[in-house]
Design a protein. Structure first.
Length: 171
């Protein structure tokens, strides 16, 4: 089965966090100038904007008879990274993830920085998702994707509009 847009989006973030960012972090960068150049707050709508837009999205959904989805994302252990690598490096990570989210969604979707390292995406459609994580669900990349895809298929078969976390695998 071909990966869907959400699966592709998850792959992009996985690749970004596991391959591109470590290369950036290990290189000599002037984090201060980068952070000043691209302010985190200027990249995304803030929580207050999201709250103000909710009534409009709710009205559109009722009028069209369509659901609205809220996707909440959090960067795990971000404080530890921020404390050990510096706030400029943390800002760079936030900016990179924000840009990735903005590119991954449609122009009518609302991407907001909800709080510190939390993001939300408001969409006027629902999504189904399958989630797997190394090393809990697989010990190789191809298996990890296959397990996530199987969980995605389960989410669709169970009625869609849900997230299924893969079963733990025994190796």
């Amino acid at each position: 089965m071909k990966p869907g847009k959400f699966t592709s989006w998850v792959l992009i973030i996985f690749f970004l966090l596991n391959f591109l960012l470590p290369a950036h972090l290990s290189a000599e960068h002037n984090w201060k100038s980068r952070a000043k150049e691209q302010l985190v707050i200027g990249i995304l709508y803030q929580k207050s904007y999201q709250i103000s837009q909710w009534s409009m999205e709710e009205w559109r959904a009722k009028r069209a008879g369509q659901p609205v989805s809220a996707i909440m994302l959090d960067i795990d252990h971000f404080k530890k990274f921020n404390d050990s690598s510096g706030h400029e490096a943390g800002d760079f990570i936030l900016q990179t993830i924000a840009r990735t989210l903005q590119r991954a969604v449609r122009s009518e979707d609302i991407v907001c920085r909800y709080g510190g390292e939390e993001f939300t995406v408001i969409r006027n459609i629902t999504i189904s998702a399958g989630v797997s994580a190394y090393p809990d669900h697989a010990d190789q990349w191809t298996e990890l994707i296959q397990v996530a895809d199987t969980a995605l298929l389960q989410a669709k078969n169970e009625g869609r509009n849900r997230v299924i976390v893969a079963e733990k695998q025994s190796f």
